[in-house]
Design a protein around this ligand. Structure first.
Ligand SMILES: [Zn+2]
Ligand SMILES: [Zn+2]
Length: 161
């Protein structure tokens, strides 16, 4: 993927706007119960990207803490005015990264899931494309990510150390 097309998005009331200054590390469709509850939908599409590549406009989102399924903190960022949930930070995930909700992109068709995770709680009527890897829960980064994304993650972790 190239960085030449910058992805941009925002909340429903347009007080929060953001740009993604790099391509996603990976795109998850997550079918866990937490994501179903937080989105009120069948699954969430998350763009996993280093926090430093998420550039927000003058208005920054508010956040609150939830307990993730792992027991570790899950910080959810949302617009204070309209309540749109824009991204999450999972404290269990390696590196300083955000999970940006792809439905808030101006062009959500610009990304598509590389993997489907937590399919053990996938809604039974939903059929997934056979070509896309699926995992009953999570997966091992080493086995799934591209070499380029693994290198970016390595750099991101060493910057935070
Ligand atoms: Zn808003
Ligand atoms: Zn989830």
């Amino acid at each position: 993927m190239s960085n030449s097309t910058t992805l941009a998005g925002g909340c429903a009331c347009r007080s929060i706007r953001y740009k993604l200054k790099a391509s996603p590390l990976i795109v998850h469709a997550c079918h866990c119960r937490d994501c179903q509850r937080v989105t009120g939908s069948a699954f969430v599409i998350n763009v996993w990207i280093e926090r430093k590549f998420v550039e927000t406009g003058p208005v920054a989102p508010k956040s609150h803490m939830l307990k993730g399924g792992s027991g570790k903190d899950h910080e959810v960022f949302f617009c204070e005015r309209c309540g749109t949930y824009l991204w999450s930070q999972y404290h269990i995930a390696p590196g300083d990264a955000l999970f940006v909700r792809a439905g808030t992109l101006d062009n959500p068709e610009a990304v598509k899931p590389d993997v489907h995770i937590f399919t053990r709680s996938k809604l039974p009527w939903l059929e997934l494309p056979e070509a896309v890897p699926t995992f009953k829960s999570i997966y091992e980064i080493e086995k799934v990510w591209s070499a380029e994304s693994k290198e970016r993650l390595r750099r991101n972790r060493s910057e935070g150390a």
